[in-house]
Design a binder for this molecule. Structure first.
Ligand code: ZN
Length: 193
């Protein structure tokens, strides 16, 4: 599978959606509609895999279904990497609950407006393929919720103009101070920075 690159030069961003199962239904459109960034470049993979569902927390994901992502990361070396996932309403508590770290080994998602969630990507790709200073995020859009999807789309349009991790943190602090604090803390606890 090939990715599409828009714009050129640094910073290099890679956005991926439809990572597994039927998630593409709520995320691929968002990526397909994106225009080239004002500065730097943006590569997108709107659909990684439409069939099977394997969690990105599983070691096998990035070796099998997610292989196109790894190929793109190795070729492009993006400094900004964002996954767009979707979730069912009934899983919202599980994703944002403080016990997520104990149950899955990864920090809970933060709740943004319109039921969009913000979290980190799987440690399997984060630790093995990105330097500490890279910005790696995962957004979760609520399935079958047009308002959530529209907000996810707005976030994607903002994120394609993001210049660096520090730039993102600065913007997030202004709009979502509580969530920004959690993002910084999780990052420090998880990646030791
Ligand atoms: Zn997912």
């Amino acid at each position: 599978m090939k990715y599409k690159v828009m714009g050129d030069g640094d910073p290099i961003r890679l956005f991926v959606g439809g990572l597994h199962g039927n998630e593409w239904m709520d995320t691929s459109d968002i990526l397909e509609k994106l225009e080239p960034p004002t500065v730097g470049s943006l590569a997108v993979i709107p659909v990684v895999c439409k069939e099977k569902y394997v969690s990105t927390l599983k070691e096998s994901y990035y070796r099998t279904l997610g292989k196109p992502i790894i190929q793109a990361v190795e070729e492009l070396r993006p400094s900004i990497y964002i996954e767009f996932h979707s979730y069912s309403k009934q899983n919202q508590k599980m994703l944002t609950g403080t016990d997520r770290i104990h149950k899955t080994g990864v920090p809970a998602y933060s709740q943004l407006d319109n039921d969009v969630l913000l979290g980190s990507v799987s440690p399997i790709i984060r630790r093995n393929y990105f330097p500490v200073e890279a910005l790696c995020l995962s957004f979760e859009i609520q399935k079958k919720n047009p308002i959530s999807r529209e907000y996810g789309s707005k976030i994607a349009r903002k994120m394609k103009e993001c210049l660096s991790r520090d730039h993102f943190i600065k913007k997030l602090k202004k709009r979502y101070p509580v969530q920004a604090k959690k993002v910084i803390e999780d990052y420090r606890d998880f990646y030791g920075l």
